[in-house]
Ligand binder design. Structure first.
Ligand SMILES: C[S@@+](CC[C@H](N)C(=O)[O-])C[C@H]1O[C@@H](n2cnc3c(N)ncnc32)[C@H](O)[C@@H]1O
Length: 282
């Protein structure tokens, strides 16, 4: 626990970071961002004053701060029951749509994006789908584009895959979508999937979006949990604005919309459907 004097100092640092770089972490939830800035200071052996000086003078270092303060944990078919719902209930509704626009906001190293593409392929919906995937961190986007993951560390990917796609006959084999190289300890996404998503760097805190499309589905799982409630509300409002009527928003299993937004979405299983009852600008 930090004392309040330190809290104020980190708060001031976040303001300096905001003024001297494109990044604004001032509305990330206090405990997590403060802990991470302290870790940066320890790892780089910098006092707060030295951190301020380096932040103002070294843009590459600022990018390292972005990597250090963001949490990139993800996995293939994370929370398998959510993906079973997406496979059985959500995606089949799009089978007569000529186009399906999907945005993964905060996609990390791409496992969630490939999970979705696998289900679209399984349902024969890949051709009409356009999948955008964005993250604030260039490092994770580069990993996502490569589609190469550790094998032994991620054996649960195969378990999750089988839980989602092994529920129906005929069973689908993991090797349809991935090459496994045990000797090099790698799982590699096959090219026909890997080349499909449009990965882009984008900061959800910024108003401007990198595309003009509206979306049928927006995934933003395990991202809002790191933001304070004011920032969460602004981003959910933006998702609402950028969904087609009846479009779906999918959050993490520990995230929920509260208060006013309950009138703007209807919850079906793990999916929030856009309702058009009210329109409110933040
Ligand atoms: C815990 S991961 C979640 C990954 C994936 N959605 C999942 O649920 O498995 C959170 C991701 O959000 C990204 N992120 C954090 N702040 C962001 C922001 N302001 N704009 C865009 N992405 C952000 C992080 O870089 C990280 O990759």
């Amino acid at each position: 626990m930090q004392n309040s004097e330190e809290d104020i100092t980190i708060k001031e640092y976040l303001q300096i970071l905001k003024d001297s770089s494109p990044y604004d972490f001032s509305e990330y939830s206090d405990n997590s961002i403060y802990r991470r800035i302290h870790k940066v200071m320890r790892d780089y052996r910098l006092s707060l004053n030295e951190l301020v000086a380096k932040t103002k003078s070294d843009q590459e270092f600022v990018e390292q701060i972005v990597e250090a303060v963001t949490v990139n944990t993800t996995e293939l078919f994370r929370d398998p029951s959510v993906w079973v719902y997406i496979l059985q209930k959500l995606l089949p509704q799009f089978k007569n749509n000529p186009n399906i626009n999907i945005w993964h906001a905060g996609c990390s190293s791409g496992q969630e994006v490939y999970s979705n593409l696998i289900l679209l392929d399984h349902l024969g919906l890949l051709k009409q789908s356009t999948v955008y995937a964005t993250d604030i961190s260039q490092k994770v986007l580069d990993q996502a584009k490569k589609g190469v993951y550790k094998y032994r560390f991620n054996l649960n990917y195969i378990e999750n895959f089988n839980q989602v796609l092994g529920v129906n006959e005929p069973k689908v084999d993991f090797s349809k979508y991935f090459d496994i190289n045990e000797s090099e300890d790698r799982i590699v996404v096959k090219d026909f999937l890997r080349t499909l998503p449009k990965f882009m760097k984008h900061d959800l805190v910024q108003e401007k979006l990198p595309f003009y499309n509206k979306f049928d589905i927006i995934f933003c799982r395990n991202v809002l949990i790191y933001f304070n409630s004011g920032l969460q509300s602004r981003i959910i409002q933006r998702f609402h604005d950028n969904l087609f009527p009846g479009g779906s928003m999918i959050l993490g299993t520990h995230e929920a919309i509260t208060g006013f937004f309950k009138t703007k979405f209807v919850k079906n299983g793990p999916v929030y459907l856009k309702s058009n009852v009210f329109h409110f600008k933040y």
